[in-house]
Design a protein around this ligand. Structure first.
Ligand SMILES: Nc1ncnc2c1ncn2[C@@H]1O[C@H](COP(=O)(O)OP(=O)(O)O)[C@@H](O)[C@H]1O
Ligand SMILES: [Mg+2]
Length: 356
Protein backbone atom coordinates (compact mmCIF):
# COMPACT_ATOMS: atom_id res chain seq x y z
CA UNK A 1 0.00 0.00 0.00
CA UNK A 2 1.21 3.54 -0.73
CA UNK A 3 1.63 6.03 2.09
CA UNK A 4 0.28 9.57 2.46
CA UNK A 5 3.83 10.86 2.07
CA UNK A 6 4.17 9.07 -1.27
CA UNK A 7 0.90 10.56 -2.43
CA UNK A 8 1.98 14.08 -1.47
CA UNK A 9 5.37 13.52 -3.10
CA UNK A 10 3.69 12.41 -6.32
CA UNK A 11 1.39 15.44 -6.33
CA UNK A 12 4.21 17.89 -5.69
CA UNK A 13 4.77 18.16 -9.47
CA UNK A 14 1.20 19.22 -10.13
CA UNK A 15 1.04 22.97 -10.49
CA UNK A 16 -1.90 25.27 -10.13
CA UNK A 17 -2.25 26.22 -13.81
CA UNK A 18 -2.85 29.85 -12.96
CA UNK A 19 -0.22 30.66 -10.40
CA UNK A 20 2.36 28.08 -11.52
CA UNK A 21 3.14 26.73 -8.09
CA UNK A 22 2.88 23.23 -6.67
CA UNK A 23 -0.57 22.43 -5.31
CA UNK A 24 1.13 20.64 -2.42
CA UNK A 25 3.19 23.71 -1.52
CA UNK A 26 0.07 25.81 -1.76
CA UNK A 27 -1.64 23.45 0.66
CA UNK A 28 -4.46 22.72 -1.77
CA UNK A 29 -4.40 18.94 -1.24
CA UNK A 30 -6.56 17.69 1.63
CA UNK A 31 -8.19 14.54 3.01
CA UNK A 32 -5.91 11.88 1.59
CA UNK A 33 -7.48 8.47 2.12
CA UNK A 34 -5.85 5.19 1.18
CA UNK A 35 -7.53 1.85 1.28
CA UNK A 36 -5.82 -1.04 -0.49
CA UNK A 37 -5.33 -0.03 -4.11
CA UNK A 38 -7.74 2.92 -3.90
CA UNK A 39 -6.64 6.47 -3.18
CA UNK A 40 -8.94 9.42 -2.77
CA UNK A 41 -7.93 13.04 -2.28
CA UNK A 42 -9.65 16.37 -2.08
CA UNK A 43 -8.22 19.36 -3.91
CA UNK A 44 -9.32 22.80 -2.79
CA UNK A 45 -9.57 25.45 -5.52
CA UNK A 46 -9.70 29.17 -4.93
CA UNK A 47 -13.03 29.82 -6.60
CA UNK A 48 -16.07 27.75 -7.46
CA UNK A 49 -16.49 27.06 -11.14
CA UNK A 50 -12.77 27.57 -11.70
CA UNK A 51 -12.43 26.98 -15.45
CA UNK A 52 -9.25 25.03 -14.83
CA UNK A 53 -10.78 22.45 -12.51
CA UNK A 54 -10.81 19.66 -15.06
CA UNK A 55 -7.15 20.29 -15.84
CA UNK A 56 -6.22 19.91 -12.18
CA UNK A 57 -8.56 16.98 -11.68
CA UNK A 58 -6.95 15.08 -14.54
CA UNK A 59 -3.32 15.78 -13.61
CA UNK A 60 -3.94 14.75 -10.01
CA UNK A 61 -5.69 11.58 -11.04
CA UNK A 62 -2.92 10.72 -13.55
CA UNK A 63 -0.25 11.18 -10.88
CA UNK A 64 -2.12 8.98 -8.40
CA UNK A 65 -2.64 6.20 -10.94
CA UNK A 66 1.06 6.27 -11.79
CA UNK A 67 1.93 5.28 -8.20
CA UNK A 68 2.84 1.60 -7.76
CA UNK A 69 -0.06 -0.42 -6.44
CA UNK A 70 -2.71 2.22 -7.06
CA UNK A 71 -5.55 1.05 -9.26
CA UNK A 72 -8.31 3.49 -8.49
CA UNK A 73 -8.09 7.22 -7.86
CA UNK A 74 -10.87 9.52 -6.74
CA UNK A 75 -10.37 13.27 -6.92
CA UNK A 76 -12.86 15.48 -5.24
CA UNK A 77 -12.75 19.16 -6.07
CA UNK A 78 -13.71 21.58 -3.33
CA UNK A 79 -13.60 25.32 -2.80
CA UNK A 80 -11.61 27.24 -0.24
CA UNK A 81 -13.31 29.11 2.56
CA UNK A 82 -12.60 32.83 2.84
CA UNK A 83 -10.10 32.13 5.56
CA UNK A 84 -8.30 29.49 3.49
CA UNK A 85 -8.25 31.83 0.51
CA UNK A 86 -6.63 34.55 2.61
CA UNK A 87 -3.93 32.07 3.72
CA UNK A 88 -3.43 31.00 0.11
CA UNK A 89 -2.95 34.62 -0.98
CA UNK A 90 -0.44 35.34 1.74
CA UNK A 91 1.49 32.21 0.71
CA UNK A 92 1.64 33.56 -2.85
CA UNK A 93 2.75 36.96 -1.65
CA UNK A 94 5.56 35.19 0.16
CA UNK A 95 5.46 37.95 2.72
CA UNK A 96 5.69 37.01 6.36
CA UNK A 97 6.07 40.53 7.65
CA UNK A 98 3.50 42.87 6.17
CA UNK A 99 6.03 45.69 5.84
CA UNK A 100 8.59 43.91 3.69
CA UNK A 101 8.84 45.14 0.08
CA UNK A 102 6.91 43.34 -2.68
CA UNK A 103 8.72 40.24 -3.92
CA UNK A 104 9.34 41.72 -7.36
CA UNK A 105 11.18 44.72 -5.96
CA UNK A 106 13.49 42.87 -3.58
CA UNK A 107 17.13 43.25 -4.59
CA UNK A 108 17.58 39.47 -4.54
CA UNK A 109 14.63 38.88 -6.90
CA UNK A 110 17.02 39.19 -9.84
CA UNK A 111 14.44 40.93 -12.01
CA UNK A 112 15.54 43.49 -14.57
CA UNK A 113 13.29 46.44 -15.34
CA UNK A 114 13.17 48.24 -18.65
CA UNK A 115 11.01 51.34 -18.98
CA UNK A 116 9.98 52.22 -22.52
CA UNK A 117 9.67 55.97 -22.87
CA UNK A 118 8.99 58.53 -25.57
CA UNK A 119 8.47 62.26 -25.67
CA UNK A 120 5.42 62.35 -27.88
CA UNK A 121 2.46 59.99 -27.95
CA UNK A 122 1.63 58.05 -31.06
CA UNK A 123 5.23 57.23 -31.96
CA UNK A 124 4.74 53.52 -31.27
CA UNK A 125 5.87 53.23 -27.66
CA UNK A 126 3.22 50.63 -26.81
CA UNK A 127 3.79 48.80 -30.08
CA UNK A 128 7.50 48.59 -29.27
CA UNK A 129 6.86 47.47 -25.68
CA UNK A 130 4.49 44.69 -26.74
CA UNK A 131 6.56 43.40 -29.66
CA UNK A 132 9.79 43.55 -27.68
CA UNK A 133 8.12 41.61 -24.84
CA UNK A 134 7.02 38.92 -27.27
CA UNK A 135 10.45 38.79 -28.90
CA UNK A 136 12.17 38.47 -25.51
CA UNK A 137 9.80 35.62 -24.60
CA UNK A 138 10.65 33.97 -27.94
CA UNK A 139 14.31 34.11 -26.90
CA UNK A 140 13.39 32.06 -23.81
CA UNK A 141 13.05 34.75 -21.15
CA UNK A 142 10.19 34.98 -18.67
CA UNK A 143 8.66 38.35 -19.37
CA UNK A 144 6.20 40.65 -17.63
CA UNK A 145 4.67 43.85 -18.97
CA UNK A 146 3.25 46.68 -16.86
CA UNK A 147 1.06 49.02 -18.85
CA UNK A 148 1.92 52.13 -16.88
CA UNK A 149 0.47 54.43 -19.52
CA UNK A 150 -2.46 54.87 -17.21
CA UNK A 151 -4.33 57.36 -19.40
CA UNK A 152 -3.68 55.69 -22.73
CA UNK A 153 -3.54 52.01 -21.87
CA UNK A 154 -3.31 50.05 -25.10
CA UNK A 155 -1.27 46.95 -24.23
CA UNK A 156 -4.30 44.64 -23.73
CA UNK A 157 -5.64 45.68 -27.14
CA UNK A 158 -2.33 44.93 -28.83
CA UNK A 159 -2.29 41.46 -27.24
CA UNK A 160 -5.95 40.93 -28.08
CA UNK A 161 -7.14 40.49 -24.47
CA UNK A 162 -9.26 43.61 -24.03
CA UNK A 163 -12.26 41.62 -22.84
CA UNK A 164 -10.38 39.40 -20.40
CA UNK A 165 -10.26 40.22 -16.71
CA UNK A 166 -7.56 38.91 -14.37
CA UNK A 167 -8.40 36.49 -11.59
CA UNK A 168 -8.21 38.19 -8.22
CA UNK A 169 -7.63 35.98 -5.18
CA UNK A 170 -8.09 37.81 -1.91
CA UNK A 171 -6.92 41.09 -3.49
CA UNK A 172 -3.93 39.39 -5.08
CA UNK A 173 -4.09 39.89 -8.85
CA UNK A 174 -3.00 37.13 -11.23
CA UNK A 175 -1.60 38.70 -14.42
CA UNK A 176 -3.10 37.74 -17.77
CA UNK A 177 -0.73 35.51 -19.68
CA UNK A 178 -0.56 35.70 -23.48
CA UNK A 179 2.14 33.99 -25.56
CA UNK A 180 4.26 33.54 -22.40
CA UNK A 181 4.07 37.22 -21.55
CA UNK A 182 2.40 38.25 -18.27
CA UNK A 183 0.38 41.43 -18.58
CA UNK A 184 -1.09 43.87 -16.17
CA UNK A 185 -2.84 47.06 -17.23
CA UNK A 186 -5.08 49.72 -15.79
CA UNK A 187 -7.46 48.72 -18.54
CA UNK A 188 -8.33 45.57 -16.60
CA UNK A 189 -9.63 47.65 -13.70
CA UNK A 190 -11.64 50.29 -15.52
CA UNK A 191 -15.27 49.39 -16.08
CA UNK A 192 -16.58 49.75 -19.65
CA UNK A 193 -13.62 51.71 -20.89
CA UNK A 194 -14.60 54.81 -18.94
CA UNK A 195 -12.00 57.52 -19.28
CA UNK A 196 -9.81 57.69 -16.22
CA UNK A 197 -9.41 60.99 -14.47
CA UNK A 198 -6.75 60.51 -11.86
CA UNK A 199 -4.77 62.91 -9.83
CA UNK A 200 -1.02 62.58 -9.57
CA UNK A 201 -0.82 60.77 -6.22
CA UNK A 202 -3.46 58.26 -7.32
CA UNK A 203 -1.36 57.34 -10.32
CA UNK A 204 1.68 56.63 -8.22
CA UNK A 205 -0.42 54.52 -5.87
CA UNK A 206 -1.84 52.49 -8.74
CA UNK A 207 1.62 51.86 -10.06
CA UNK A 208 2.81 50.72 -6.66
CA UNK A 209 -0.12 48.29 -6.53
CA UNK A 210 1.00 46.82 -9.81
CA UNK A 211 4.12 45.67 -7.99
CA UNK A 212 2.74 44.85 -4.57
CA UNK A 213 -0.64 43.29 -5.32
CA UNK A 214 0.19 41.31 -8.46
CA UNK A 215 1.45 37.76 -8.33
CA UNK A 216 4.25 37.96 -10.90
CA UNK A 217 5.82 34.60 -10.05
CA UNK A 218 9.24 34.04 -11.58
CA UNK A 219 10.10 36.64 -14.18
CA UNK A 220 13.45 37.64 -15.65
CA UNK A 221 12.48 40.99 -17.05
CA UNK A 222 9.58 43.40 -16.67
CA UNK A 223 8.90 46.02 -19.34
CA UNK A 224 7.02 49.18 -18.45
CA UNK A 225 5.05 51.10 -21.03
CA UNK A 226 5.38 54.63 -19.63
CA UNK A 227 3.02 57.47 -20.46
CA UNK A 228 4.48 59.85 -23.04
CA UNK A 229 6.35 62.90 -21.83
CA UNK A 230 8.50 63.68 -18.87
CA UNK A 231 5.86 64.13 -16.18
CA UNK A 232 4.72 62.79 -12.84
CA UNK A 233 4.52 59.11 -13.63
CA UNK A 234 8.02 59.10 -15.02
CA UNK A 235 9.13 60.57 -11.68
CA UNK A 236 7.20 57.90 -9.79
CA UNK A 237 8.82 55.17 -11.82
CA UNK A 238 12.22 56.65 -11.16
CA UNK A 239 11.52 56.65 -7.44
CA UNK A 240 9.97 53.21 -7.34
CA UNK A 241 12.54 51.53 -9.55
CA UNK A 242 15.83 53.28 -9.02
CA UNK A 243 17.67 50.61 -10.99
CA UNK A 244 15.36 50.47 -13.99
CA UNK A 245 16.97 50.96 -17.37
CA UNK A 246 15.31 52.84 -20.17
CA UNK A 247 14.66 52.48 -23.87
CA UNK A 248 13.68 55.58 -25.85
CA UNK A 249 11.28 55.37 -28.79
CA UNK A 250 11.09 58.02 -31.48
CA UNK A 251 10.02 58.40 -35.10
CA UNK A 252 12.32 59.82 -37.78
CA UNK A 253 10.67 63.24 -37.49
CA UNK A 254 12.72 66.04 -35.97
CA UNK A 255 9.95 67.31 -33.70
CA UNK A 256 9.36 63.83 -32.23
CA UNK A 257 13.10 63.43 -31.79
CA UNK A 258 13.45 66.74 -29.91
CA UNK A 259 10.87 65.71 -27.32
CA UNK A 260 12.34 62.19 -27.09
CA UNK A 261 15.70 63.72 -26.18
CA UNK A 262 14.03 65.58 -23.31
CA UNK A 263 12.44 62.36 -22.05
CA UNK A 264 15.84 60.69 -22.21
CA UNK A 265 17.58 63.51 -20.37
CA UNK A 266 14.95 63.22 -17.66
CA UNK A 267 15.80 59.53 -17.32
CA UNK A 268 19.52 60.22 -17.16
CA UNK A 269 19.02 62.88 -14.49
CA UNK A 270 17.38 60.30 -12.26
CA UNK A 271 20.28 57.92 -12.90
CA UNK A 272 18.41 55.59 -15.20
CA UNK A 273 20.75 54.11 -17.72
CA UNK A 274 19.46 54.60 -21.26
CA UNK A 275 20.30 51.40 -23.12
CA UNK A 276 19.46 52.77 -26.56
CA UNK A 277 16.98 54.19 -29.01
CA UNK A 278 14.37 52.54 -31.21
CA UNK A 279 13.42 54.43 -34.33
CA UNK A 280 9.92 53.34 -35.24
CA UNK A 281 8.15 53.89 -38.57
CA UNK A 282 11.59 54.44 -40.10
CA UNK A 283 10.62 53.80 -43.70
CA UNK A 284 8.19 51.92 -45.87
CA UNK A 285 9.67 49.20 -48.00
CA UNK A 286 7.84 48.59 -51.22
CA UNK A 287 7.28 44.85 -51.50
CA UNK A 288 7.70 44.44 -55.25
CA UNK A 289 10.41 47.02 -55.97
CA UNK A 290 12.30 46.79 -52.66
CA UNK A 291 12.79 50.55 -52.54
CA UNK A 292 12.59 52.39 -49.24
CA UNK A 293 10.32 55.38 -48.92
CA UNK A 294 11.13 57.66 -45.99
CA UNK A 295 7.59 58.84 -45.37
CA UNK A 296 8.35 60.57 -42.08
CA UNK A 297 11.73 61.99 -42.98
CA UNK A 298 15.04 60.65 -41.77
CA UNK A 299 17.48 60.91 -38.94
CA UNK A 300 15.28 61.15 -35.82
CA UNK A 301 16.73 58.00 -34.27
CA UNK A 302 20.33 59.07 -34.81
CA UNK A 303 19.59 62.55 -33.54
CA UNK A 304 18.25 61.18 -30.24
CA UNK A 305 20.97 58.56 -29.91
CA UNK A 306 23.82 61.02 -30.38
CA UNK A 307 22.24 63.57 -28.02
CA UNK A 308 22.00 60.88 -25.32
CA UNK A 309 25.31 59.28 -26.22
CA UNK A 310 23.84 55.84 -26.96
CA UNK A 311 23.11 53.93 -30.15
CA UNK A 312 20.09 53.15 -32.28
CA UNK A 313 19.27 49.53 -31.42
CA UNK A 314 16.59 49.04 -34.08
CA UNK A 315 14.83 50.71 -36.97
CA UNK A 316 11.34 49.33 -37.34
CA UNK A 317 9.80 49.78 -40.79
CA UNK A 318 6.24 51.03 -41.33
CA UNK A 319 3.81 48.15 -41.66
CA UNK A 320 0.79 48.10 -43.87
CA UNK A 321 -2.53 47.35 -42.21
CA UNK A 322 -2.59 43.70 -43.25
CA UNK A 323 0.89 43.05 -41.86
CA UNK A 324 -0.13 43.50 -38.23
CA UNK A 325 -2.52 41.62 -36.05
CA UNK A 326 -3.84 44.10 -33.47
CA UNK A 327 -0.34 45.53 -33.31
CA UNK A 328 1.78 42.41 -32.97
CA UNK A 329 3.97 41.60 -35.94
CA UNK A 330 4.55 38.02 -37.09
CA UNK A 331 8.19 36.84 -36.79
CA UNK A 332 8.71 36.56 -40.55
CA UNK A 333 7.67 40.16 -41.31
CA UNK A 334 10.34 42.89 -41.62
CA UNK A 335 9.00 44.34 -38.36
CA UNK A 336 9.11 40.94 -36.63
CA UNK A 337 12.74 40.55 -37.69
CA UNK A 338 13.60 44.02 -36.41
CA UNK A 339 12.12 43.10 -33.02
CA UNK A 340 14.03 39.83 -32.86
CA UNK A 341 17.26 41.75 -33.45
CA UNK A 342 16.20 44.33 -30.87
CA UNK A 343 15.55 41.58 -28.28
CA UNK A 344 18.99 40.13 -28.96
CA UNK A 345 20.56 43.54 -28.35
CA UNK A 346 18.48 44.24 -25.25
CA UNK A 347 19.30 40.95 -23.46
CA UNK A 348 23.02 41.66 -22.94
CA UNK A 349 22.31 45.35 -22.31
CA UNK A 350 20.19 44.30 -19.34
CA UNK A 351 22.87 41.92 -18.17
CA UNK A 352 20.64 38.94 -18.89
CA UNK A 353 21.64 35.73 -20.53
CA UNK A 354 19.50 33.22 -22.34
CA UNK A 355 19.60 29.69 -20.97
CA UNK A 356 20.73 27.27 -23.63
N1 LIG B 1 5.95 50.27 -37.39
C1 LIG B 1 4.66 50.59 -37.50
N2 LIG B 1 4.01 50.48 -38.68
C2 LIG B 1 2.70 50.80 -38.81
N3 LIG B 1 1.93 51.24 -37.81
C3 LIG B 1 2.50 51.38 -36.60
C4 LIG B 1 3.88 51.04 -36.37
N4 LIG B 1 4.15 51.28 -35.06
C5 LIG B 1 3.01 51.72 -34.51
N5 LIG B 1 2.03 51.78 -35.42
C6 LIG B 1 0.64 52.26 -35.19
O1 LIG B 1 0.69 53.61 -34.77
C7 LIG B 1 -0.28 53.89 -33.77
C8 LIG B 1 0.38 54.42 -32.52
O2 LIG B 1 1.18 53.39 -31.96
P1 LIG B 1 1.26 53.17 -30.38
O3 LIG B 1 2.18 52.03 -30.15
O4 LIG B 1 -0.09 53.10 -29.79
O5 LIG B 1 1.96 54.53 -29.95
P2 LIG B 1 2.19 55.19 -28.51
O6 LIG B 1 2.16 54.11 -27.50
O7 LIG B 1 3.55 55.82 -28.62
O8 LIG B 1 1.13 56.20 -28.33
C9 LIG B 1 -1.03 52.58 -33.56
O9 LIG B 1 -2.18 52.57 -34.32
C10 LIG B 1 -0.04 51.52 -34.07
O10 LIG B 1 -0.70 50.36 -34.54
MG1 LIG C 1 0.73 53.83 -25.98
Amino acid sequence: MVTKEQVLEALRDVEDPEVHKSIVELDMVRDIEISGSTVSVKVLLTITGCPLRTVIEKSVSDKLLALPGVEQAYVEIGTMSDEERAKFASKLRGREEPQSPPALLRPDAGVEFLAVASGKGGVGKSTVTANLAKALANEGLRVGVIDADIYGFSIPGIFGVKETRPTVIDELIIPIEVDNVKLISMHFFVPNNNPVVWRGPMLGKMLRNFFAEVHWGDVDVVLLDLPPGTGDIAMDVHQLLPKSKELIVTTPQTNAADVAVRAGVMGQRTNHEIIGVVENMSYFECGSCGEKAYLFGRGGGNQVASALNVSVLAQVPIASMDEQQNGLFAPQTPQGKAFKALAQAVIPALGLAVQA
